[in-house]
Design a protein around this ligand. Structure first.
Ligand code: PLP
Length: 443
């Protein structure tokens, strides 16, 4: 790539940064760098515009470099850069928590973290501590799901079910079991929206309860729509059935809404979209439009109260992060919620969803495509893998899309698409056309 002598946009030495979830040697041999962003586009270091078909990493729901958010962060950093939230406070964290609890009924508290992974580990810890606080201290087991992605903390990878994220890291947490995943191409390939087949898979929770006994199980955690594993849409009635079984056995239900929260499905949260209320749910990403990292765990009415019987002056929950409720993150989050509201972005996502659905399903019949699935402003396109070379075909599609000016995300041999909610129909057309062309050229 040609560049001027004074161009500092490309670093000379790529070795010191150990890149996350990246084939480091492959990347560093042929780097792909973004140096600017605006709206739905990134600009590469060689000056090309790339349409962000993945909202960054499912996180820039309002698009990039949004003025009101930038200005709110700038004002805040000039005023109060940091304040501790251990035995001290600052107003914005309370204000932001109050705004968030107003977004959904029945969740009266929010616990702030810095990421989705921390939100997951926090939710699991609150679930265990809550069971203990209500005299159910034998409930120590956590139930996740095969193919689940709950970030990369030890709690998250233990309840998670993506083999490559687990196998390098020893024995993980003890006392974890997993529900089966819900993905079944034989029954559900090319379903638009929620599949008809598969509600019975929730009954596997009864089998797990029968095996371990309910008195040993604290909580079940699932993504309402599994994102990072390749967009798995829950079968009709599945989440409701999980809720019923949890209720029957005194098990807490945790939804991991790190991707599904903040408009991705055209509603505030997936719990609202599906009409199923968990006991706790995790968020991050769209919480601050990713301008400042932050996560948050919402807890339903009564959970916090159960901790408030501790003796006067006692710390009720021994948990928190230096940056829980960081002033800059709260400022970004409050301004982000304003943008979502003022621009009606969740309604916009809801309105665009049928167009999006038709667009992605028009790719049926393209080379290698064995499934297409969608919900809200999310879609997964599953390709048949090359024998003996899993992931290679989708990664090739990723590189070719990037060359053609579109950022997609791939996981295994699945293409995941989730554009910023400010996209218009012409951006969607560009995405579909580009993916379609690329699928015709890859081998
Ligand atoms: C459902 C879910 N949970 C947790 C996480 C982890 O979030 P983070 O990468 O911010 O730690 C992710 C990230 O993609 C996610 O999709």
């Amino acid at each position: 790539m040609a560049r001027a002598a004074n161009d500092t946009s490309v670093p000379n030495d790529l070795e010191p940064f150990w890149m996350p979830f990246t084939a480091n040697r492959q990347f560093k041999a042929q780097p792909r760098l973004f140096v600017e962003a605006e709206g739905v586009h990134y600009t590469t270091s060689d000056g090309r515009k790339v349409l962000d078909g993945t909202s960054g990493l499912w996180c820039c729901n309002a698009g990039h470099r949004r003025k009101p958010i930038i200005e709110a962060v700038q004002r805040q950093v000039e005023k109060l850069d940091f304040a501790p939230t251990f035995q001290m406070g600052h107003p914005l964290s309370f204000e932001f928590a109050a705004r968030l609890t107003q977004m959904t009924e029945g969740f009266s508290q929010v616990f702030f973290t810095n990421s989705g992974s921390e939100a997951v580990d926090t939710a699991l810890k609150i679930a265990l501590a809550y069971q203990r606080a209500i005299g159910q201290g034998t409930r120590t087991r956590l139930i996740g799901r095969e193919r689940g992605y709950h970030g990369v903390g030890f709690g998250g990878i233990s309840v998670g079910g993506i083999v490559s994220n687990r196998k390098q890291f020893g024995t993980l947490l003890a006392g974890v079991d997993h529900l089966p995943h819900t993905h079944d191409l034989a029954h559900n390939a090319f379903t638009r929206g929620e599949p008809e087949w598969g509600v019975h898979l929730a009954d596997e929770l009864e089998r797990i309860v029968a095996l371990h006994d309910a008195s040993t199980i604290a909580a079940v955690i699932v993504e309402p729509v599994a994102g990072s594993t390749g967009v798995l849409i829950p079968p009709k009635g599945y989440l409701k059935r999980l809720r019923e079984i949890c209720d029957k056995h005194g098990i807490l239900l945790i939804f991991d809404e790190v991707i599904t929260g903040f408009g991705r499905l055209g509603a505030n949260f997936a719990s609202e979209y599906f009409g199923v209320k968990p006991d706790l749910f995790t968020t991050a990403k769209g919480l601050t439009n990713a301008v400042v990292p932050m996560g948050a765990v919402f807890t339903r009415d009564g959970i916090y109260d159960a901790f408030m019987d501790a003796p006067d002056g006692a710390i009720e929950l021994f948990h928190g992060y230096t940056y829980s409720g960081h002033p800059l993150a709260c400022a970004a989050g409050l301004a982000t919620l304003d943008v979502y509201r003022d621009e009606g972005l969740f309604e916009r996502a809801n309105d665009l969803a049928p167009y999006w659905q038709d667009g992605v399903h028009s790719l049926k019949g393209r080379n290698h495509v064995i499934d297409i699935r969608n919900l809200g402003m999310v879609a997964g396109i599953e390709l048949e893998g090359i024998a003996g070379k899993p992931t290679a075909r989708a990664f090739d599609a990723f590189l070719k899309c990037y060359d053609k000016g579109l950022l997609i995300r791939t996981t295994g041999d699945i293409i995941a698409l989730s554009p910023p909610l400010i996209v218009d129909k012409s951006h969607i057309d560009f995405m579909i056309d580009t993916v379609g062309e690329v699928l015709q050229t890859i081998h």
